[in-house]
Ligand binder design. Structure first.
Ligand SMILES: [Zn+2]
Length: 249
């Protein structure tokens, strides 16, 4: 995904890298203007910042380098977010986007397109999964003082529709647990036409592109918990071969 046009503003309010992987995008509402946010985040007295701010005119401002941690989501109060890590400041594993406007505002079309492009670029650059737990609102971390952030005007359904249906998303991905499953994988790939094949990496993680595909076919291993998974696996290679043969018909 192409990097959108981003205007660097900068802020003195950030922490140096703490060694955590960024797993989520947190969306916010400025409850104010882009210009006002620029000066507030540039002020060391405010002790707040975000990585990005998206204006009603479609401009994207950046305040904190992606390598550093912005100060946007530090307070945890009555959270409703399963990925919250106990005892770790959420700023250390999230990237934050502020949006110009008041809570409840409906986004202008250019503002929506700008935040969509920014989301797509961050998802591709940071390997963030497209799920409702990996792209969230501030209220999921602080439901007491930030219950209106980003507020009822935020276009969650449209955003997820576009992120999941966008041209960058694979329709079908194939995950092989070992290279030896390739013999079966190639037949399954041919059956599906438009299909990318992944081999599970040595660290046993699931590649983000595979998890973000609309459907994930897994050969020879346990479930990935992908919401639309086809599991072609048995207790041994013969059972796996039988499951593949049955799938191929
Ligand atoms: Zn917020």
């Amino acid at each position: 995904m192409d990097k959108p046009n981003i205007i660097w503003i900068g802020s003195p309010n950030f922490s140096s890298p703490m060694g955590y992987k960024i797993i989520a995008i947190v969306n916010h509402i400025m409850s104010g203007t882009l210009i006002g946010t620029d000066s507030w985040f540039k002020n060391p007295v405010s002790k707040v910042s975000s990585h990005f701010g998206v204006g009603k005119n479609g401009d994207i401002h950046q305040y904190v380098n992606l390598d550093n941690h912005a100060w946007a989501n530090g307070m945890v109060k009555n959270p409703n977010w399963p990925l919250l890590q106990d005892g770790v400041n959420p700023n250390y594993y999230t990237v934050s986007i502020e949006h110009e406007g008041e809570s409840g505002d409906v986004m202008s079309e250019v503002q929506y397109q700008a935040t969509l492009a920014l989301h797509r670029w961050l998802i591709g650059t940071l390997g963030i999964l497209v799920t409702r737990d990996n792209i969230i609102g501030h209220y999921r971390i602080d439901s007491v003082n930030r219950s209106n952030c980003p507020g009822t005007g935020f276009p969650w359904d449209r955003l997820f529709n576009d992120l999941q249906g966008g041209s960058d998303m694979l329709k079908v991905a194939l995950l092989l647990y070992t290279k030896e499953d390739y013999w079966a994988g190639s037949d399954v790939a041919v059956k599906n036409g438009d299909c990318a094949i992944f081999v599970r990496p040595a660290d046993h993680s699931i590649p983000a592109e595979a998890m973000n595909a609309k459907q994930l076919i897994v050969i020879g291993g346990p479930t990935t918990k992908h919401p639309n998974e086809v599991l072609l696996s048995g207790n041994n290679k013969y059972d796996t071969a039988a499951a593949v043969a049955k799938y191929l018909g």
